[in-house]
Design a protein around this ligand. Structure first.
Ligand code: H79
Length: 433
C-alpha cells in the first residue's frame, strides 16, 4: 500500500513537472551538434560565487544561520572583489583541462551577480565593486575558447513575489505573485542570453523547493530556445528529463547512484549527462572546510563519469576578494597535469561500452577502447573485459606502449597485466580493433 502511494506520488510529481514542459520540443540541428560537442568536452568548472562568499560559510548561510533577508542584504555593501581577474579563472580552468565554465548568475539568496535591469539587488547597483564580472568572464571565455554557461536559481529566498515557504495552491504560491516572478525570471534569462557573448547553456536549480508548483517551463524553455536554439538547458530537479531539456544534471552522484538521497527519482534518460561535485564539501567559499578531496579521488570521479558517458562539472567557490583559494589551484594544476598525459582516453570518448567493473571502467572512441584500472585487481594479475566480442588489433599499456598478453574467449577479453606499469591513479590499457 505504501509502495503504491509512493509510486502515485512520484507519478504525480513527474506529471506535474511535465505538464508545464516544452511539449513537442524538437531540438534544432545546432542544438544536436552542441550536445555532441558537450559530450566531447567531458570536464567543466562549476563556480559558486556570491555575496554569501563574504561570510566564508557556504551559499546556504542565510538559510542555515537564519539571517533575516533584510540583514543579509547588507552583505552587498561588503562585497568588493578587487582581486577578481577573469583571465586568472579562465587560465586556471584551461590549465586543469576543463573545457567549459558554469557560473552562478543568481543563487537562492536572489542576488544577481550580473548587470540586470530587473532588480537593483545586483552586483553593479548594490555593491561598491560596481562592475559586472560576468561580462568580463564571458569575454575572457570567448577569447580563450572556453564555453560559458549560467547557473540560474529558480528558488528565491527573498522576493515577495516568490513568497518563500508560502503554500502552493493550484500550482502557484498562495501569498506571492507567481506571474510576476515567472516574468521576472524570463526577463533575466533574456538578459543573460542576449547581453553576454557566447552563452551555451542554462543550469536551473531549486525546482525541488516547489515540486508541485507550475514552473511554466513551457514558456521559460521555449523562450530560451527561441533566443538561442543551440543553448542547452539542464535542470537539477532530481527527476527524469522533461521535454525542452537538452542535458540531464546530477548533483554529487554519478548517474545511477543515489548517495545523496535526492537522485532517487532521476531515471537516466536519453540526453547527455553531467554530474557535479565539490572539491571539499562546499559549493560556496567555506573558510572552515578543509575536507579537500585528493587529486586521485577527483581524477577517479572524472574517469568514472566518462565511463558512464557523463561530463564532470567540478566546483570551486572563489573567495570574496575574487581569488580562488590556493588549495584548489594546486589540486586543479595536478589534475591538469594528469589530463595532459591522459586526455586522449577522456576527451571525445563515449562510455557505457561495458558497464563498470570491480577493477575500474572503460571509455571508447573510434575503434579504440581504454580500460582504466582504478582499483586493485582482485584475482591473478589479469582482468576480464566481459562481452568484448571483436578481435583486438593491439593491446598495449597506454603509458609507454608495452605490448600486453591477452586471450579472447567466450566470456570476453582477458588481459594480462605483467607488462602494465604501476600507477598511483589509473593504469590504462589501450585496445584497438
Ligand atoms: O548550488 C548548489 C547547492 O546550493 C544546491 N545545488 C548545488 C549545485 C543545492 N541546494 N540544495 N541542495 C542542493 C540540496 C539540499 C541540501 C540541504 Fe542543506 C540539506 C539544504 C538544507 C539541508 C546542504 C546542507 C545545504 C545546506 C545544508
Amino acid at each position: 500500500m505504501r509502495k503504491l502511494l509512493r509510486f502515485l506520488l512520484i507519478l504525480f510529481l513527474c506529471l506535474s513537472a511535465a505538464a508545464s514542459a516544452q511539449q513537442g520540443y524538437k531540438p534544432s540541428e545546432s542544438n544536436l551538434k552542441a550536445r555532441e560537442h558537450f559530450k566531447d568536452m567531458k570536464f567543466g568548472m562549476f563556480i559558486h560565487w556570491g555575496i554569501y562568499s563574504t561570510l566564508g560559510d557556504g551559499e546556504w548561510v542565510m538559510d542555515i544561520k537564519k539571517i533575516p533577508y533584510n540583514d543579509y542584504k547588507r552583505l552587498a555593501d561588503f562585497f568588493n572583489p578587487q582581486a577578481f581577474n577573469a583571465k586568472e579563472w579562465v587560465d586556471l580552468a584551461k590549465r586543469a583541462g576543463m573545457k567549459y565554465i558554469t557560473v552562478t548568475s543568481r543563487h537562492h539568496d536572489g542576488f544577481s551577480m550580473f548587470d540586470t535591469k530587473q532588480s537593483d539587488y545586483n552586483i553593479v547597483k548594490a555593491t561598491p565593486y560596481k562592475k559586472d564580472p560576468m561580462k568580463e568572464l564571458a569575454e575572457e571565455c570567448q577569447k580563450q575558447g572556453i564555453e560559458l554557461r549560467f547557473y540560474y536559481s529558480l528558488l528565491d529566498w527573498g522576493r515577495a513575489d516568490y513568497a518563500f515557504k508560502s503554500p502552493i495552491v493550484n500550482g502557484a504560491p498562495e501569498k506571492g505573485d507567481w506571474n510576476s516572478y515567472i516574468n521576472f525570471m524570463k526577463a533575466q534569462l533574456t538578459e543573460l542570453i542576449t547581453n553576454y557573448p557566447g552563452v551555451k547553456g542554462i543550469w536551473f536549480d531549486g525546482h525541488w523547493d516547489r515540486k508541485n508548483a507550475n514552473w511554466h517551463y513551457d514558456e521559460i524553455y521555449g523562450l530560451i530556445h527561441k533566443l538561442g536554439p543551440d543553448i542547452m538547458i539542464g535542470n537539477n530537479h532530481h527527476l527524469a528529463p522533461i521535454p525542452g531539456e537538452d542535458f540531464q544534471a546530477f548533483e554529487k552522484d554519478l548517474p545511477g547512484n543515489n548517495k545523496t538521497g535526492f537522485s532517487g527519482d532521476a531515471k537516466i534518460g536519453e540526453l547527455p549527462l553531467e554530474t557535479c561535485e565539490t572539491m571539499n564539501g562546499s559549493w560556496g567559499f567555506n573558510i572552515n572546510d578543509r575536507n579537500y578531496k585528493s587529486v586521485k579521488e577527483l581524477v577517479h570521479y572524472l574517469v568514472n563519469a566518462a565511463g558512464l558517458d557523463a561530463n564532470f562539472l567540478l566546483n570551486v567557490g572563489p573567495m570574496p576578494n575574487g581569488k580562488i583559494q590556493p588549495e584548489f589551484v594546486d589540486t586543479l594544476g595536478k589534475i591538469g597535469a594528469w589530463i595532459d598525459k591522459n586526455g586522449e582516453t577522456i576527451y571525445g570518448t563515449r562510455g557505457t561500452v561495458v558497464k563498470a567493473q570491480t577493477w575500474g571502467t572503460l571509455t571508447a572512441k573510434a575503434k579504440t577502447v581504454y580500460a582504466h584500472l582504478l582499483n586493485p585487481v582482485k584475482e591473478g594479475n589479469q582482468i576480464l573485459i566481459p562481452g568484448f566480442k571483436v578481435k583486438p588489433k593491439s593491446v598495449t599499456a597506454f603509458n609507454g606502449g608495452a605490448k600486453l598478453k591477452y586471450k579472447k574467449d567466450k566470456t570476453g577479453l582477458i588481459v594480462h597485466l605483467d607488462q602494465l606499469p604501476a600507477d598511483e591513479i589509473d593504469r590504462i590499457i589501450k585496445i584497438t580493433y
